[in-house]
Ligand binder design. Structure first.
Ligand code: TRP
Length: 382
């Protein structure tokens, strides 16, 4: 019984083995059903992103209403973000890869928030200079996913504050301290920057409506750990005259060591695959990664392995099996024992190297251009 209670998910802490269905119930979100997936497929012109097809995005709030409005001519915009505390790892791309796909298929604007302030407040060991520098680096990696420069804008918090602040003032007045304390579980020693911060994460949800002077619906693809921020947003949206943002929640990518999610908050560098890891490091980390394999080749041939617990299979599933056939083949051969872990890792390592090379080239092409997307002035005086 006590085993059931061993996970915890907030924007500032992810702990234990997450039971995603129970988490969805705790948070009170809706299930991303097969029916809704089909609706998305049809609207996207007949294809579905693998992250949705394979159930990594599994939960939502108000997605069907947003799609209905979109069909009726109320076009939505996308919003997601990143707290720049260090280099990006593969799991950080999950929201942005989905956003890029939706931007392309639905022809909608994208807003990216880089929260250099949040991470300065949340991580005492980081200096201002570091969070700003990581913000710039992370932004290049995010844009490299393939966003359309004409339809993409960036809020880089400390630099965009003049644009964000008029709305932040209004949002902050609606959020009682007791709400923040209850939702995020901050201890009394938490600094007041973090207490205020959630107001800034809300602002991009309303910004396009404020700019346009009419309701523009918002869709936020994000890790389910970010949902608490947007529960606060949704509670106050209508009182400020803005639509509640819709959300699409993903599960987190499991760590390479077989424990928890891909994150380095616990200090284990080996648990995550960073986009700036050199090829040798990528290879070492993947070779050492936890798998669902058996203790001997003979046993594995006879009994097969267990993909569901394997960190390598999770990477195939998240982004490296580029077709449904490839994903099925890996899964089938793993389960049957036809594929051994060493060979599977070898093949994945080659794919990761190829992806890193392409990513590096795309990132390079954004240098000098990324700055132009940063919003610095408010749309109009108020
Ligand atoms: N708080 C997020 C983080 O720590 C960053 C963020 C800002 C964000 N706005 C967002 C994430 C919107 C998802 C959606 O990384």
């Amino acid at each position: 019984m006590p085993e059931k209670e061993t996970f915890k998910v907030t924007p500032y802490e992810v702990k234990g083995r997450i039971d995603y269905d129970r988490l969805r119930e705790q948070f009170g979100t809706q299930e991303l059903t097969a029916e809704l997936r089909e609706e998305l497929r049809t609207m996207a012109g007949g294809t579905l992103h693998p992250l949705i097809e394979r159930g990594i995005y599994y939960s939502h709030r108000d997605l069907s209403a947003l799609l209905r409005e979109h069909r009726n001519g109320q076009r939505f915009f996308l919003y997601s973000g990143r707290g720049p505390s260090g280099p990006l790892h593969l799991s950080h791309l999950v929201p942005f890869e989905l956003c890029q796909w939706i931007q392309e298929k639905f022809d909608v604007p994208m807003y990216i928030q880089i929260t250099d302030d949040e991470k300065f407040w949340a991580r005492p060991q980081l200096s201002r200079e570091e969070t700003v520098a990581w913000g710039r680096e992370n932004l290049l990696d995010i844009l490299a996913v393939g966003f359309d420069p004409k339809r993409t804008r960036v809020f880089f918090d400390s630099r965009s504050i003049a644009a964000l602040y008029p709305l932040a003032i209004r949002v902050a007045r609606r959020i009682p301290y007791s709400t923040v304390k209850a939702v995020f579980g901050f201890p009394p020693s938490a600094n007041i920057g973090l207490v205020f911060y959630t107001a800034l994460q809300t602002v991009p949800c309303f910004y396009p409506s404020w700019e346009a002077g009419r309701s523009v619906p918002c869709l936020i693809p994000c890790g389910i750990d970010q949902d608490p921020h947007f529960r606060v947003t949704r509670d106050i949206a209508e009182s400020l005259g803005y639509p509640k943002p819709a959300l699409l929640h993903s599960q987190m990518v499991p760590g390479l060591l077989g424990e928890g999610v891909m994150s380095t908050t616990g200090g284990a560098e080996e648990n995550a695959l960073f986009l700036n890891d050199p090829p040798k490091t990528v290879e070492r980390k993947l070779r050492r990664a936890f798998t669902g394999g058996r203790s001997s080749v003979e046993e594995q041939r006879r009994l097969g392995a267990t993909p569901e617990i394997c960190s390598i299979w999770a990477l195939w599933k998240t982004r490296f099996a580029d077709t449904p056939e490839k994903f099925e083949q890996i899964t089938r051969d793993c389960r049957s024992g036809a594929l051994l872990c060493g060979d599977c890792k070898g093949e994945l390592i080659e794919r990761v190297h190829g992806f890193y090379r392409a990513h590096e080239a795309a990132r390079e092409a954004w240098k000098g251009r990324a700055e132009e997307l940063i919003v610095t002035a408010p749309p109009h005086p108020d």
